[in-house]
Design a binder for this molecule. Structure first.
Ligand code: G4P
Length: 534
């Protein structure tokens, strides 16, 4: 038992969230470099470039071997076992990205110092906030011009609505910082010239703030300015409060530069010190403690294997309690059956390998003969319960999908309904349009290509996809409970009136402005970005 407790205590399971190009890949790679999991930075970035260069979805899927192995990275640092979960960005952005955040215990938010808080960061941040997990901020690209540090702190607080505590502070002037001042250690870490483009670990010069040599190195004026900034932070800023960090109400902010490795090691060390190990989880039985000796886990992601020769898929589970052992038999809540967890895989930085045991906080990939679904609970057969259901996320991209060959309509309807059940896309019917075509909603555009490809390869149906200029969905309900139809809704023709799989009315519109018009003109209407719960 104490072995399990020790293993749990040293787990740190997190995801890095950011807007594309803020530096997530670079930071991930540098964490692996310092963790000793890779010896030369550059390999992951090279593969990412390769992945984005291919446009054909089949080709992307061929590369999936790569994206699968990199969807969870595990390494050890300073006695801790670190699991980094990938949250795909760019065109890969999907519900998977959101769902991955259900499986982590904390998140690292990377912000580009020149751009501040960007759209995708906001969306991902919101999901983390709902879960009330600790969020750590890395303000990246300090090696070049960016926004003023105080403005960035303000922006984080005002745009995201979380308090921020700078753990370190840039020394010098924007675009030419000399280093960062560490507020915890009362020391300054100076930038060192780096000719390797950050391929190898850096060794920084660190001076105690009272060391007269430091003033010599940075100059009296810079030193005085730094003192002014620090006084301002101490007097006007938040105090560091660990309990607020734990509750996700205060984000520790680190300034650095992933590309030049500046501040990365210090960030990693502080992160490991402050980030939480696996926490208790809510389930139908109350609360499940990670050190409960009975095994439990849930499925948070399913990766379809595109090889038509074998239809198997990989289901990723997050272990919540107990010890996982290869070939163990567990209860699968959704089917109410006992299943054997054979061929479990774990992912190291470069390759996957079969594992024999794993602990709470770890992610294991299981071969799935088609029985697992997103959100499924697995428990020890002697203690059956289910974890909370996954939230649904509002679709933002819409397309009309129709079979090219009308004679294939039956297979088309069957295929699209089955694929919708897997949960990657949401299906709607345009009122009055019949089943000749469907409206499909997703959170990212890649899913349309996936849908198109799978309908063809698994159901033999060629489909025509027409992207629609719509970005917002609202489920509709009348305050007085009356039915809502296109003729009772004022301005229904300003968007597209559809029904979901449960026949609930939904209006799809182009933007928030159009939504405002509908709101103003239908005062008794209740609108929700996701289906109504009851
Ligand atoms: P992402 O995963 O969040 O999309 O971002 P990624 O790490 O790919 O970084 C996006 C771009 O920002 C890359 O440049 C990367 O080199 C650069 N970058 C990352 N960290 C820093 C930093 O600390 N300072 C500076 N100045 N740049 C940084 P790129 O031109 O797209 O690629 P590459 O030519 O460097 O490979």
């Amino acid at each position: 038992m104490s072995h399990i407790i020790d293993e749990i205590k040293r787990r740190r399971t997190f995801a890095i969230i950011s807007h594309p190009d803020a530096g997530k890949t670079t930071l991930t790679e540098k964490l692996l470099l310092y963790g000793g999991a890779i010896h030369l930075a550059g390999s992951i970035k090279a593969r990412k470039a390769q992945r984005h260069a291919v446009s054909d979805w089949m080709e992307i899927e061929k590369q999936r071997g790569i994206s699968v192995t990199s969807s969870v990275l595990q390494f050890d640092y300073d006695g801790c076992r670190i699991n980094i979960l990938d949250t795909p960005g760019h065109q890969d952005f999907s519900e998977d990205t959101y769902r991955t955040l259900m499986a982590v215990d904390s998140a690292v938010m990377v912000i580009d110092a020149a751009k501040g808080v960007e759209a995708q960061t906001k969306k991902l941040f919101k999901v983390c906030r709902q879960r009330r997990i600790p969020i750590f901020t890395f303000v990246n690209k300090l090696d070049r011009y960016g926004k003023i540090p105080l403005d960035l702190i303000d922006e984080i607080e005002n745009v995201l609505g979380i308090r921020a505590y700078p753990m370190n502070w840039p020394v010098g002037i924007d675009g030419n910082y000399l280093g960062v001042f560490d507020r915890q250690k009362n020391s300054v870490e100076l930038f060192a010239a780096d000719t390797s483009h950050g391929q190898i670990e850096r060794i920084s010069e660190i001076f105690n703030a009272d060391d007269p040599v430091m003033i010599d190195r940075i100059g009296q004026e810079t030193f005085d300015n730094l003192q002014d900034d620090l006084t301002l932070l101490d007097e006007a800023g938040d105090k560091f409060d660990r309990s607020k960090v734990d509750a996700g109400d205060l984000t520790p902010v680190f300034f650095g530069s992933a590309m030049t490795n500046f501040g990365v090691q210090n960030f990693l060390e502080e992160y490991i010190r402050l980030a939480p190990p696996p926490a208790p989880r809510i389930c139908s039985d109350g609360i499940i403690e990670p050190d409960d000796e009975k095994f439990s886990a849930f499925v948070f992601k399913i990766q379809a294997n595109m090889n038509p020769a074998h239809r198997d898929r990989l289901a990723f589970i997050r272990i919540c309690s107990g010890k996982f052992e290869r070939n163990m038999q567990v209860w699968h809540a959704a089917s109410d059956k006992i299943v054997k967890l054979a061929q479990p895989q774990q992912f190291l930085a470069q390759d996957r390998q079969i594992i024999d045991e794993a602990f709470p906080g770890d992610i294991v990939g299981l071969f799935d003969p088609g029985i697992f679904g997103i959100g499924d609970t697995l428990t020890d057969a002697s203690h059956k319960f289910t974890f909370e259901e996954f939230p649904t996320f509002p679709p933002e991209k819409f397309a009309r999908v129709q079979a090219k060959d009308t004679l294939k309509r039956k297979q088309f309807v069957k295929g699209i309904e089955q694929l919708t059940q897997e949960g990657a896309v949401q299906l709607f019917n345009q009122v009055g349009a019949g089943t000749e075509s469907f409206i499909v909603g997703t959170v990212g555009t890649l899913q349309f290509e996936v849908l198109q490809y799978r309908l063809k390869s698994e159901y033999g149906v060629d489909v025509l996809l027409t992207m629609l200029p719509l970005e917002v969905a609202r489920w509709l309900r009348a305050e007085d409970g009356r039915a809502i139809t296109p003729s009772t809704l004022r301005g229904a023709d300003r968007g597209m009136f559809v029904v979901d799989r449960e026949d609930q009315p939904v209006l799809l519109v182009e933007n928030e402005w159009a939504l405002g018009w509908i709101k103003d003109n239908n005062p008794k209407l209740i609108m929700s970005p996701t289906p109504f719960a009851d």
